[in-house]
Design a protein around this ligand. Structure first.
Ligand code: DQA
Length: 143
């Protein structure tokens, strides 16, 4: 099972953002963990990150032909980018929306996700472990 893990805007600053919310570790640490967890589960993972919305949309378009599942954390785009919703909409395979922080219990504007209603699974507020949980959920759906 090929899984793209797509991290969006500002997630490259992990470790330098508010550590009480996002922790002290870097995106490199996160991706290293994700690759290790994927190996344990015998999943083929590719981690990508960008701060450019159009590039993120391009990652989603590429995933249409190449990935069997997705883990997406679009960062702040989650809350307002209809372009990202539209790009994910044709993806019929399973996906998990992950947020490190508990977006449902932070500021009002973070409580809305443009991905709502697309049929994805969701893991929020579990830090890096959320990505592990997402990999596990996708592994369960392996055919
Ligand atoms: C985030 C939550 C978003 O609200 C925020 O803009 C981020 C990170 C998370 O992983 O908790 O950049 O997606």
């Amino acid at each position: 099972m090929r899984i793209d893990v797509l991290n969006g805007v500002n997630l490259n600053l992990l470790g330098r953002r508010d550590q009480s919310v996002y922790g002290a570790q870097s995106i490199h640490d996160l991706e290293t963990q994700v690759y290790a967890w994927a190996r344990e589960l015998d999943l083929q993972v590719r981690c990508r990150q960008t701060n450019h919305e159009g590039e993120y949309v391009g990652f989603l378009h590429q995933a249409l032909g190449t990935a069997d599942a997705l883990i997406v954390n679009p960062g702040a785009w989650t809350h307002y980018s209809w372009a990202i919703r539209d790009a994910l909409e044709p993806f019929t395979a399973p996906f998990v929306e992950v947020h490190l922080s508990n977006v449902d219990e932070r500021e009002e504007w973070r409580r809305h996700s443009v991905l709502t209603g697309l049929g994805g699974m969701r893991v929020v507020g579990k830090g890096f472990e959320g990505y592990r949980e997402a990999l596990g959920l996708l592994a369960e759906r392996r055919t």
